[in-house]
Design a binder for this molecule. Structure first.
Ligand code: SAM
Length: 213
């Protein structure tokens, strides 16, 4: 029912919380969370009627009308007061930034974000606001996706390396992160054979330090 990417996002949702899935589209993630007893109530929100109706079809298909509630909403604008956890996934950084900037994030226990673009900019946004990254995972599902769970508790600004590669990914150095670094480095070396750019060499050096120090 769910892609590997969405299953990994579901793993970061703490049990028995009320979840608001922004840009839910097909509503498969909130349906999965409720069907698997990860949460007892979830909102499937979308800014567009088309995706919202698609979501409603799935909610009806899985008989979850009393547990998964569809809401038409630009970001968190219409989020009810009982929401504890927010998910924003499968969108580009600038859409995610618009959603985060237009909400009072301190109301939520944690916010789970998965940006399809510019993950470093997303971490910079988190760092500039002195938010805390709670969990960070990287998975391969035809593409490398980084999923970040953060809260608004105070944290000192993250340094440049942490913003570029992820503070917890750097700390944990799990297999999937190592594979991502090797893949990234190989691609840069390939391009750099033709381009010979200082900028690429710098990133390759940083990756080598992470891999071999
Ligand atoms: C590519 S889908 C992602 C679906 C799902 N979240 C996922 O990760 O697979 C993006 C969805 O976000 C919705 N969307 C875009 N901007 C939005 C906003 N500002 N507020 C709420 N939903 C938005 C779109 O209508 C679309 O249904």
């Amino acid at each position: 029912m769910l892609s590997k990417r969405l299953k990994e996002i579901a793993k970061l949702v703490k049990r028995n919380k009320v979840v608001f899935d922004v840009g839910s589209d097909h509503a498969l993630l909130p349906c999965f969370l409720v069907l698997n007893d990860i949460c007892f109530k979830a909102y499937a929100a979308d800014i567009n009627e088309g995706p919202l109706n698609h979501g409603i079809e799935n909610i009806i298909r899985y008989h979850l009308e009393d547990k998964v509630i569809p809401i038409l909403s630009d970001g968190l604008e219409n989020a009810p007061d009982d929401v504890q956890v927010v998910i924003i996934s499968g969108m580009g950084f600038y859409t995610i930034k618009h959603i985060l900037e237009n909400a009072d994030l301190s109301k939520y226990e944690n916010i789970i974000v998965q940006s399809n673009t510019d993950v470093d900019k997303l971490r910079k946004y988190i760092s500039n606001n002195n938010y805390t990254i709670e969990e960070e995972v990287i998975i391969y599902d035809d593409f490398y996706y980084q999923i970040i769970s953060f809260n608004t508790n105070y944290h000192d600004k993250y340094d440049d390396l942490q913003i570029e590669f992820g503070p917890l990914l750097l700390e944990n150095k799990d297999e999937s992160f190592i594979n991502y670094l090797i893949d990234y480095k190989n691609r840069l070396e390939d391009i750099n054979e033709r381009a010979n750019r200082e900028e690429y060499k710098n990133i390759i050096n940083k990756i080598n330090k992470i891999l071999y120090n």
